[in-house]
Design a protein around this ligand. Structure first.
Ligand code: 13P
Length: 252
C-alpha cells in the first residue's frame, strides 16, 4: 500500500513568537503541497501565533512535548487539552534531546503516547541509537526495546494512526546523515516489529520518518526508500531549504 508522506520540522528551542510568524510567512509558499503532510513542531510559546499564521495553508502545527497528566500541580508542564485547545494536531514524544537532557524514559514516553492518543493528538514517537550502540551492533535490539515499551497498551487501531521517527543520535545536528540504506534497514526493522506486535495492516499503515541531518540534497533519496515515509527535520526546517525537502518527498 502507499502511505502518504509526512515531513515535520522540529524547531527545537529556536524562534521567538515574532520570529516564528515571520518564518512561517516565508516558508508558506515554499512548502505548499497537496501530496504530503507538512507539520511545523514549534516551541510551546510559539504555538498560538503559529496556528494563526498557518490558517488557510496545508501546514499543521505540532508541539515538541506534552505532559501525561490531565491537569494540576505540575509547574511548567503543558497538557494535551491545552495543546488541543490551541489548535495543535501533532506532538513529538521522546526526542533524544528530551531523553538526554530532561530524563525522559521509555516509561514516560509510553505514558505520553497513551495520553496523546486518548486526547486525539497524533504522536510522533522518537527512537534512535548512539554511535557506541551502532558500533557495538546493537542498534536493532535497542530500537526494538524503545518501541516495544513506547507502544505498550496501545491498540492496533491507535498504533496505525501514529507516526514513528527513527533518529540516530549520531546523525542529529552533526551534518552526518545515515546513508539511505542504513536508515531503511532500521525503518524496516521498526515496521517488522509493528507486524510482530500487531498485524500486517497496522504495520503497513503506520508512518515511519527518518531524522538526522536531513537536507535539501539528501531528502529525495532517503524518502524514496520503501519503509521511509518522510522526515523529522531539525536545522533545515528553519530555512527556505525546507521547501526543497518537501519537494523531495513528492518526487517518488
Ligand atoms: P537535524 O536535522 O538538525 O540533524 O535534527 C534532527 C532532529 O533532531 C529532528 O528532530
Amino acid at each position: 500500500m502507499s502511505r502518504r508522506k509526512i515531513v515535520a520540522g522540529n524547531w527545537k528551542m529556536n524562534m521567538t513568537p515574532t520570529e516564528a510568524v515571520k518564518l512561517i510567512d516565508t516558508l508558506k509558499p515554499l512548502v505548499a503541497s497537496d501530496d504530503v503532510d507538512v507539520v511545523f513542531c514549534v516551541p510551546a510559546i510559539d504555538i498560538i501565533p503559529a496556528v494563526e499564521a498557518v490558517k488557510g495553508t496545508n501546514i499543521a502545527i505540532g508541539a515538541e512535548n506534552l505532559y501525561f497528566e490531565d491537569k494540576g500541580a505540575f509547574t511548567g508542564e503543558i497538557s494535551a487539552d491545552m495543546l488541543l485547545d490551541a489548535g495543535v494536531k501533532y506532538v513529538i514524544i521522546g526526542h533524544s534531546e528530551r531523553r538526554e537532557y530532561f530524563a525522559e524514559t521509555d516509561e514516560t514516553v509510553n505514558k505520553k503516547v497513551l495520553k496523546a492518543i486518548e486526547k486525539g493528538l497524533t504522536p510522533i514517537v522518537c527512537c534512535g541509537e548512539t554511535l557506541t550502540q551502532r558500533e557495538q551492533g546493537i542498534t536493532i535490539d535497542w530500537i526494538r526495546q524503545q518501541m516495544k515499551i513506547a507502544f505498550l497498551n496501545v491498540s492496533a487501531a491507535d498504533a496505525a494512526k501514529c507516526v514513528i521517527a527513527y533518529e540516530p543520535i549520531w546523525a542529529i545536528g552533526t551534518g552526518k546523515t545515515a546513508t539511505s540504506d542504513q536508515a531503511e534497514e532500521v525503518c524496516k526493522a521498526i515496521r517488522d516489529l509493528m507486524r510482530e506486535i500487531y498485524d500486517d495492516a497496522t504495520a503497513e499503515a503506520i508512518r515511519i520518518q527518518y531524522g538526522g541531518s536531513v537536507n535539501g540534497g539528501n531528502a529525495a533519496e532517503l524518502f524514496a526508500k520503501p519503509d521511509i515515509d518522510g522526515g523529522l527535520v531539525g536545522g533545515a526546517s528553519l530555512k527556505e531549504e525546507f521547501g526543497d525537502i518537501i519537494a523531495g518527498s513528492t518526487c517518488c
